[in-house]
Ligand binder design. Structure first.
Ligand SMILES: NC(=O)c1ccc[n+]([C@@H]2O[C@H](COP(=O)([O-])OP(=O)(O)OC[C@H]3O[C@@H](n4cnc5c(N)ncnc54)[C@H](OP(=O)(O)O)[C@@H]3O)[C@@H](O)[C@H]2O)c1
Length: 313
């Protein structure tokens, strides 16, 4: 690491909504609550100050418990941490939005949420079953609500001051444009899968012009094949700059102007992923130009069905 390098502390001020998002974020899609709690505590201790949660992950209690334990020690304060959570597809009806938000907020044991996202643009049949299916095993969608209806209910949460910003997730450029065009409070954040195999340049350009943070999930490609950390362009740069391939991929994400999410339950990976530092500009350019493999690992964007979840929930 270069002395004084501050890349890991990069914060992106929100143009829509208030606050600033640390670019380096830790994801909480970890099925086991004990492992979740331990990973969050480790992530806070090594320095992560941005956490991405969701009611769909069914572990907000464990995330909340871990944060409270760390806050109690006194070295990290609530206001130093940026917490995002997401409303699930079964709660898109406007009358379900505030109860879903409040339930997440209480499970997370927080008095406000920094950013509340619509997890996917697909509304499912309302109810307690997160994956409502018919007798043929097909997801039951809800045609009685539009994405804009849900968006307007999220705007009310910002008006009430219990949520500092709102945004979209798993969204196409076209749908994002639609909401941006109609919104009273514009999305502060758009969370989508993004990494060198799926750079999302067009969406990133739109987000930049609109003052929206593009938050890249699966920044390390979900750890799936073909492995990003084994791509020859990445490994050659890693050797050249004396960093690990994961650190190279994460630095690229920050230096091209996105925020990112990465996840691990292994303390050594959590530490490694926080210890990113600035890449030379030519290395950033080389990744953008020379990694030409194109893979979308997560099909949730097509149907709203979490057909791919990296570990069984
Ligand atoms: N909006 C959405 O629909 C959506 C969808 C998916 C995810 N997300 C969010 O994005 C977060 C991040 O996604 P993700 O979990 O796929 O992130 P990721 O960081 O791309 O992938 C995690 C995988 O990479 C491996 N890994 C982590 N650090 C590594 C390192 N330094 N070297 C080598 N391998 C490493 C992990 O291995 P180990 O398992 O061995 O630690 C794990 O298998 C999620 O937790 C969630 O918050 C959102």
């Amino acid at each position: 690491m270069q002395a004084g390098d501050t890349l890991r502390y990069t914060k992106i001020s929100l143009v829509h909504g208030s606050g600033a998002m640390p670019a380096l974020g830790f994801g909480t899609l970890i099925p086991d609550p004990v492992a979740t709690k331990q990973a969050i505590k480790t992530a806070l201790e090594v320095g992560f100050r941005h956490f991405d949660c969701a009611e769909r992950y069914r572990n907000e209690e464990a995330v909340g418990a871990a944060m409270q334990e760390v806050f109690k020690v006194g070295k990290v304060r609530r206001q130093d941490v940026f917490v995002t959570t997401k409303i699930w597809n079964t709660n898109h009806r406007p009358d379900r939005v505030k109860p879903a938000f409040e339930a997440s907020r209480q499970r997370l044991r927080l008095d406000y949420i920094d950013c509340y996202l619509i997890h996917t643009p697909f509304a499912f049949q309302p109810g307690a079953e997160q994956d409502p299916r018919d007798e043929h095993g097909q997801i039951i969608y809800d045609s009685g609500v539009t994405l804009l209806d849900t968006w307007q209910a999220l705007e009310s949460l910002v008006d009430e001051g219990i949520c500092k910003s709102i945004g979209l997730s798993d969204i196409s450029l076209e749908k994002a444009q639609e909401i941006v065009g109609a919104a009273r409070i514009k999305p502060a954040v758009v969370q989508v899968e993004a990494h060198p195999y799926l750079p999302q340049w067009e969406l990133l350009d739109f987000c930049r012009r609109q003052g929206i943070v593009l938050l890249a999930f699966a920044a390390l490609g979900h750890g799936m094949e073909p492995k990003l950390v084994e791509h020859p362009v990445i490994t050659a740069i890693a050797r050249r700059v004396n960093k690990t391939p994961a650190q190279v991929v994460l630095a690229w994400a920050i230096q091209r102007g996105t925020a990112l999410l990465t996840t691990s339950t292994l303390p050594r990976y959590i530490q490694e992923n926080f210890e990113v530092s600035t890449l030379p500009d030519d290395a950033v350019q080389e990744i953008s130009d020379s990694v030409t493999t194109r893979v979308r690992f997560n099909p949730v964007v097509e149907t709203g069905v979490p057909g791919f979840i990296p570990r069984a929930l």
